[in-house]
Design a protein around this ligand. Structure first.
Ligand SMILES: [Cu+2]
Length: 300
């Protein structure tokens, strides 16, 4: 873990998506923050020690899907499956498929394994899985404010975690999508999906992969904005990112949580969310192939 020093910073941004506004001043105390997202190797040790069964490995509860065919209520998760050519970008189901048997051990579906992926971030993780890992590891999940402060690396108000330029002097700073989304995955960095942690430069606090690679859970329930005086759009959902949208049906404030950081699927042509200010709502049990988490812990 790296010690992120306390301080005030400008949270949010004015230049991109509505849900990042308004910009507010936030203050965070000293915090130890995981150097990188939790990896498959780390998660494997947790499961070996506890026998934890993840959300994606459990059959969906029939009570939650009263109209569903019982035979379809099998364990599974959402996997990114690129179309072979350009598709209209108005329907995420053109590049996301619910795959029976997809889970953290089988990130691309039942035929896939973790072979060669020990150091990749663990994916197909529900919020309760991340919390269970944290409880076992003696850490906790960050709040949204803590996560954003840490991700900014001390560059107050900067667009990216490393400054203002997406590729300073041509250097690739994070695992994001290059090419036309979702069919042209040029991968100039060599990674068409997740990448091993610490392959791109750390931010000013020594944290790796805060941008791209995988989205990361926070422990903060979703809010539509950063507290405008007059909430203009309480339950409005942001324009969907590269990922599947949060459930439209909102019953309570804990039905969606904030995820941060963007993923390897964030593309300038479609989803400009590879920035510390970016945020998305996500259902606690909606597991996907581009969402993981990192741990934080309070100084004693
Ligand atoms: Cu995105």
């Amino acid at each position: 873990m790296a010690l992120v020093p306390s301080g005030s910073f400008r949270m949010g941004g004015q230049d991109f998506y509505a849900e990042e506004r308004p910009t507010v001043t936030a203050t965070v105390g000293d915090l130890w923050v995981g150097e990188h997202p939790v990896t498959n190797a780390q998660f494997r040790r947790f499961v070996a020690a506890t026998g934890h069964v993840t959300v994606a490995e459990q059959p969906p509860d029939a009570a939650d899907f009263p109209d569903a065919d019982r035979d379809l209520l099998v364990p599974g998760s959402l996997v990114f499956i690129p179309p072979s050519g350009p598709v209209p970008l108005d329907n995420w189901s053109r590049w996301w498929a619910w795959v029976p048997g997809a889970d953290w051990r089988h990130p691309d579906g039942p035929g896939s394994t973790l072979h060669g992926r020990d150091l990749h971030p663990v994916v197909h993780i529900g919020l309760e899985d991340a919390r269970a890992y944290a409880a076992w590891a003696g850490c906790r999940l960050p709040t949204e404010v803590e996560w954003e402060h840490a991700a900014r690396g001390g560059l107050n108000g900067a667009t990216y975690a490393w400054g203002e330029e997406f590729m300073p002097r041509g250097r690739i700073m994070a695992n994001t999508w290059h090419g036309r989304f979702p069919f042209e995955n040029l991968a100039p960095h060599g990674y068409t999906r997740t990448s091993p942690v610490k392959k791109f430069p750390p931010n000013g606090y020594g944290l790796y992969d805060v941008t791209g690679n995988v989205w990361e859970w926070t422990n903060s329930p979703w809010t539509a904005d950063h507290g405008a005086a007059e909430p203009a759009h309480d339950m409005r959902l942001p324009s969907p990112c590269c990922g599947p949208p949060a459930p439209a049906q909102v019953v309570g404030e804990h039905d969606r949580y904030v995820m941060k950081g963007g993923s390897h699927l964030c593309a300038p042509s479609y989803c400009h969310r590879y920035r510390p200010a970016a945020r998305q709502p996500h259902g606690p049990r909606d597991t996907t192939s581009h969402l993981g988490f990192r741990c934080v812990s309070d100084p004693v």
